[in-house]
Design a protein around this ligand. Structure first.
Ligand code: F6P
Length: 546
């Protein structure tokens, strides 16, 4: 048994699980009318309702004890203090410094990083203002109307999700596009409708070696030079964001258009850095700084609120409760806000690349489940697609519901209908429908006994499905910053309890290595190596049919 599963807090939760497991939340709500007040928290304009979870006060006490035993608060301070908590890469994880709105210094290896952070923010402001107000023109003197971000993973999903989420605040006549997939279709379809004279490419890559990004960047460069008939055009139409300044200069990007960040920023935590440049261009630097402000507000809450009143801590602990004691394998996220439609995809990388680990910080195999599969789609679309499985399937999928109180596009009754659906879903998942209730309905509908008995089992909803609800006033940059930082910290809390390193991603390496071996074989430059029979067969099939 691992130290964690042997620990007093874990054992206490195991014993407590057998008490909670048979209880139904419907009954818990009937027994305790104050459940909402007891199990909800407010932070600025954010409401976190976690009352529809399979918990009572004792569960929360025991989960908080688990966090205490894992010394979550100490680890949080280590992260904020710039300690090299990413042990396998010997790096700090200081995305919080990027949104530090205070005058407090933040040190990495004895150096205060804040002057560099502020300097790059200043450069981003100058550049984005220049593009937005037409000072920085394209090679032929025309104003930039389209920005194409070329990046993948953290160098794509974060800025893409934020640009989509803040579309309401975007400048008219400026469009943001994102090319990530190495499938040529992505680039070609994006460029089809663009005019090279008015297009700016941002090559975003922490390492500036990522195969997909460098391939797309090379093809975009060739397209631009061909369209404008001049290599010099690259100076005006290409910018880069990277930690690898040698590689950006080798690619031929004008040093004035290069924005630096640092190895203490993890890829999936980088949207707060210059990787957020497309955001600054799209919605303006003031809005980008409001986003940083929202992240900072959540940081302050995370650092200072007691564990049992701390939203990221509670969210993280609830995830552990379901993953490790109820055996839940997936966690769904449903934004009832169309602007947040890419939020689940963004969270997939954040959570699954961070906590999809099977050995602990010391390299010892864990004997408990870690990161869950994260997925989701915006409401109400999911309701007409996969909610069936949530309501009546055999699995328990704890879900987060996110919704704004006010719509940015209030028309007719749309928003009330949207929210009614959101609240109805969490209610339905929790209360379910008993056999008696279903029977009474069928009787009212006039069903005859035989038909009624046949249909009855299909009409029963077990309920007791846990959900969190996050309500906020309106989707603005500050609120979005809070939400993103909330999930980042939730993931961190879980990693601390699970004793895993959430800041490395060695699991992406093997596929990259093997692709590097297979590519020359597909080119026919080298004979097919000795793979397994399936892979050899696929390569041979490609050669025979290509
Ligand atoms: O392969 C995974 C990964 O390393 C992610 O962690 C990262 O966000 C992505 O690739 C892109 O990396 P880069 O920004 O260096 O191009």
């Amino acid at each position: 048994m691992s130290k964690l599963t042997r620990s007093a807090a874990w054992q206490a939760l195991s014993a407590h699980y057998s008490i909670i497991q048979p209880l139904h939340m419907r009954q818990m709500f009937q027994d305790n009318p104050k459940r909402f007040d007891e199990f909800s928290l407010r932070l600025d304009t954010l409401l976190f309702d976690y009352s529809k979870n399979r918990i009572n006060a004792e569960t929360v006490r025991l989960l908080v004890e688990l966090a205490r035993q894992a010394e979550v608060s100490k680890h949080v301070e280590h992260m904020f203090a710039g300690e090299k908590i990413n042990v396998t890469e010997q790096r700090a994880a200081l995305h919080t410094a990027l949104r530090n709105r205070s005058d407090n210094p933040v040190y990495v290896d004895g150096k205060n990083v804040m002057p560099d952070v502020r300097r790059v923010l200043g450069l981003m402001r100058r550049f984005s203002d220049g593009i937005r107000n037409g000072q920085h023109l394209g090679h032929t003197g025309k104003q930039i109307t389209d920005i194409v971000n070329i990046g993948i993973g953290g160098s794509d999903l974060g800025p893409l999700m934020v640009c989509e989420a803040l579309k309401h605040y975007a400048k008219a006549n400026l469009r943001a596009h994102f090319v990530s997939n190495v499938d040529g279709t992505h680039l070609v379809e994006t460029l089809k409708n663009l005019d090279a004279e008015t297009t700016l490419f941002i090559v975003s890559s922490k390492t500036f070696t990522t195969q997909e990004t460098m391939t797309n960047a090379g093809s975009a460069r060739a397209w631009l030079v061909e369209k404008l008939g001049n290599e010099q055009a690259v100076t005006k139409h290409f910018a880069a964001v990277s930690t690898n300044l040698t590689a950006t200069s080798k690619f031929g990007i004008n040093p004035q258009n290069v924005f630096e960040f640092w190895d203490w920023v993890g890829g999936r935590y980088s949207l707060w850095s210059a990787i957020g440049l497309p955001i600054a261009l799209y919605v303006g630097m003031d809005r980008f700084e409001e986003l940083l402000g929202g992240g900072y507000a959540m940081d302050e809450h995370f650092r200072n609120a007691p564990l049992d009143k701390n939203i990221p801590v509670l969210m993280g602990l609830l995830g552990i409760w379901y993953a490790d004691f109820f055996g839940a394998g997936a966690n769904a996220v449903f934004p009832y806000d169309q602007y947040l439609r890419r939020f689940p995809a963004y969270l997939q990388q954040l959570e699954m690349e961070s906590n999809g680990k099977r050995v602990d910080r010391d390299g010892i195999g864990v004997d408990y489940d870690t990161g869950m599969v994260v997925w989701g789609e915006p409401g109400t679309n999911g309701q007409h697609a996969f909610y069936q499985l949530l309501h009546q399937g055999t699995r328990m999928i704890p879900s987060d519901f996110l919704a704004p109180l006010h719509s940015l596009n209030p028309i007719g009754e749309h928003h009330a209908i949207l929210l009614a659906n959101c609240f109805a879903q969490t209610e339905a998942l929790m209360v379910g429908k008993t056999a008696e209730e279903a029977r009474a309905e069928l009787v009212t509908q006039g069903l005859q006994r035989k038909a009624l008995e046949a249909l009855l089992p299909h009409k029963i909803f077990p309920g007791n499905k846990p959900t969190n609800t996050l309500l906020f006033d309106q989707l603005d940059p500050h609120t979005l910053g809070m939400l993103i930082a909330l999930y980042e910290h939730k993931v961190f809390v879980q990693s601390v309890v699970w004793n895993i390193n959430p800041f490395d991603q060695w699991g992406v390496e093997l596929g990259k290595q093997l692709a590097g071996k297979i590519l020359p074989e597909l080119r026919g430059a080298v004979p097919t190596a000795d793979h397994d029979a399936s892979t050899n067969g696929l390569i041979a099939y490609y050669h025979n049919h290509h």
